[in-house]
Design a protein around this ligand. Structure first.
Ligand code: E4P
Length: 214
């Protein structure tokens, strides 16, 4: 399973990358705005640090605008994946980008039938959002299982990228289901190394280590 970091903060991306936790990056307009830096500059910097797909989102809501923005983003680096919001115009853009060899990630997917359309359009990645579904009392992980089943049934090569991850259980369930990619906030990535029994065990070993005869 590939781990992406869901971030536009170059410092935390560098740390996560050095730790070997990062196979790619997803950004979105909220994260880029938070960085306080120009969009293209942020994407260029991320591509210089991480050797993997970097999703960069368009803001246009019509096909022509998406194509224009996406082609400019794709010029930044070969690893740029143009992130397109789930909508009718977006699916048309995805099909055109696929014909041009430009990679796409369709975002804000909340139903299995949206995911089927994303796959049929030829997207590289499909991003179902689990946390935002859980937030409104729906089962986010059930959506992942349905997307994966549909892609398997029809031999669709689009990868399922589990997005809007809130906690480690989303990652564990994704791994058990065999999801292709998870995109994870830095804080949650860091938490994966932790276990209270590990900390307790280390403290005990260090204490006992002091008693080893020299
Ligand atoms: C994915 O590509 C999105 O950027 C992200 O996972 C959204 O997560 P959120 O629901 O925590 O904003």
């Amino acid at each position: 399973m590939n781990f992406y970091i869901d971030s536009a903060d170059i410092e935390e991306i560098k740390i996560a990358n050095e730790r070997g936790w990062v196979d790619g990056v997803t950004t979105n307009p909220t994260l880029v705005a938070k960085s306080g830096r120009p969009h293209h500059e942020v994407i260029k910097d991320i591509c210089s640090v991480v050797d993997g797909y970097v999703s960069a989102e368009v803001l246009s809501m019509d096909t022509d605008g998406m194509l224009k923005e996406g082609r400019e983003l794709a010029k930044i680096h070969d690893n740029v994946v143009v992130k397109i919001p789930m909508c009718e115009d977006g699916l048309v853009a995805v099909k055109k980008f696929a014909a041009e060899g430009i990679k796409t990630n369709v975002t804000l997917v909340f139903s299995p039938l949206q995911a089927l359309l994303v796959g049929k359009a030829g997207a590289t990645l499909c991003s179902p959002f689990v946390g935002r579904l859980d937030d409104i009392h729906h089962d986010g992980m059930e959506l992942i299982s349905q997307c994966m089943q549909i892609y398997e049934n029809y031999d669709i090569s689009t990868q399922v990228l589990v997005a809007s991850i809130r906690h480690p259980m989303h990652i564990l369930e994704s791994a058990l289901m065999g999801a292709d990619v998870v995109t994870v906030p830095f804080k949650v990535l860091k938490g994966l190394t932790k276990h209270p029994l590990t900390d307790k065990g280390i403290a005990q070993f260090l204490k006992d280590g002091e008693k080893i005869v020299q």
